[in-house]
Write a protein that binds this ligand. Structure first.
Ligand SMILES: Cc1cc2nc3c(=O)[nH]c(=O)nc-3n(C[C@H](O)[C@H](O)[C@H](O)COP(=O)(O)OP(=O)(O)OC[C@H]3O[C@@H](n4cnc5c(N)ncnc54)[C@H](O)[C@@H]3O)c2cc1C
Length: 414
């Protein structure tokens, strides 16, 4: 039977980041990806922060810098923010995945596409035995000292290792348009029950005159595609002309919530498989890649010491939660409050934000990776905003000591 030190399941941003780091440290790494081409099909709007480019070590996939955002309330009154420097980047998401997989291969990882992880046939001789189905439906077994589950929202690795995933899967639907009107340096966000109850709709420029238009919405029985249709209808009215036929569609799910355990004997979960997704935006590229780096550090030490039990691997759980757990908790709380707001209350929040200094605060403190920072600043500055929101929010927000994550969170109040 073939053996390896590490079997990484999934060649998305999280899997390829873990694979590159572990291969660079001299471990034998096998990456299996069920699709025939890395990065395809694209299931992402491709809006990322500078941190993602730093973690990727490349800007080659950037299509357009984004300097501003316009947020539309349910009644379509809006508030706009503009920064002097880019605050985010619209990227070619497939190119990011290919770049990261190439980097892993250059570091020495072996990549097998069109190869699916189907489950475990058991532990044997101190290895986790994985059953893989390759091209031509050929089934093989691979013995791995450690399995890294980077296989996204429907993680087969989590199921195989019996790691519970009681997270909310938010349905999302998105289409790519080759040409649309709109500001190519600006993103648009649409709030409200009509467009996207529970999260938001988006219009994100693609850097070539087109855009990605999508929604992520609470599963209330109405398909996300229906909310998407409403958003497109609204955009057509706003632009005064029909949008062209989309070039591609994405229907997927975004995992939001807390997975109780992201490790076990001989296994680590990273990225969407571990629900390492920002609850207020559904973005998971930065958080997944960062947690994959942390996972690789812990896995490297555990492989060297040959201590791959749950106790040794718990260091991963502690480390990523110490860095990002507080932000996830705050953002999850804010999202729950946000999801309960009526359309009238959302409009009132937009109106309150339009007043005076608050837009400037958002520009100064806005950080797509750590959105709770700006929320905190806004609540501090605006008693009128606090009055609009449930009392619990103010009390909870004010009471807890703020802990900064290790990674640079963006500008802070002096
Ligand atoms: C519509 C939409 C828009 C989004 N927009 C953004 C955005 O703008 N910015 C942002 O930061 N995030 C965004 N996200 C979230 C982001 O796409 C994910 O958080 C990110 O892709 C997670 O990376 P990952 O490596 O954990 O998983 P994935 O990127 O999902 O990669 C998992 C890989 O595992 C493979 N795989 C799955 N099962 C198996 C198996 N059994 N065997 C072998 N291979 C397997 C899959 O084919 C896939 O390649 C969006 C998500 C959606 C749905």
């Amino acid at each position: 039977m073939e053996t390896t030190d590490v079997l990484v399941v999934g060649a998305g941003p999280a899997g390829s980041t873990a694979a590159a780091r572990l291969a660079a440290r001299g471990h034998r790494v096998l990456v299996v990806e069920e699709h025939g081409r890395v990065g395809q099909p694209v299931q992402c709007a491709g809006l990322v922060s500078q941190r993602v480019l730093d973690l990727a070590g490349s800007t080659a996939m950037v299509r357009a810098p984004v300097r501003g955002a316009t947020v539309f309330g349910p009644s379509l009154r809006s508030i706009g923010f503009r920064a002097d420097a880019p605050r985010a980047f619209a990227i070619d998401r497939a190119a990011l995945d290919v770049h990261l997989a190439d980097r892993a291969a250059h570091a020495g990882a072996e990549l097998r596409t069109a190869t699916r992880f189907d489950g475990l046939t058991g532990p044997a001789n101190g290895l986790a035995i994985a059953r893989l189905t390759g091209p031509d439906d050929r089934t093989t077994e691979v013995g791995a000292r450690l399995v890294v589950g980077a296989d996204g929202v429907g993680s087969a690795v989590a199921r195989a290792f019996r790691l519970r995933r009681p997270v909310e899967i938010l349905p999302a639907f998105e289409a790519e348009f080759a040409a649309t009107p709109g500001d190519p340096a600006d993103v648009e966000v649409y709030l409200g029950r009509q467009f996207a109850p529970g999260l938001f709709g988006w219009w994100i420029p693609d850097g070539f005159g087109g855009a990605r238009i999508g929604v992520a919405a609470d599963a209330d029985g109405t398909p996300a595609r229906e909310y998407y249709r409403r958003l497109v209808g609204h955009l057509e009215r706003r632009f005064g002309r029909p949008l062209p036929r989309p070039t591609s569609y994405v229907a997927s799910g975004i995992p939001i919530g807390n997975v109780p355990r992201t490790h076990g004997p001989r296994v680590l979960l990273v990225g969407d498989a571990a629900a390492q997704v920002k609850p207020l935006s559904g973005g998971g590229i930065f958080t997944g890649m960062r947690c994959a780096e942390i996972a690789a550090g812990v896995a490297d030490a555990a492989l060297r010491a040959d201590t791959l039990g749950a106790d040794a691997l718990a260091a991963y759980e502690r480390a990523w939660r110490a860095e990002l757990g507080e932000e996830f908790r705050r953002a999850q709380y804010l999202r729950r409050v946000f999801a309960r707001l009526s359309d009238a209350e959302l409009d009132a929040v937009i109106d309150a934000l339009r007043g005076g200094k608050l837009a400037a605060t958002i520009v100064a403190f806005g950080d797509i990776d750590f959105p709770s920072h700006v929320a905190r600043e806004l609540l501090r500055e605006s008693p009128s905003l606090l009055r609009l929101l449930p009392k619990a929010l103010g009390a909870w927000w004010g009471g807890d000591a703020y802990r900064a994550p290790d990674v640079a969170p963006g500008p802070r109040r002096k």
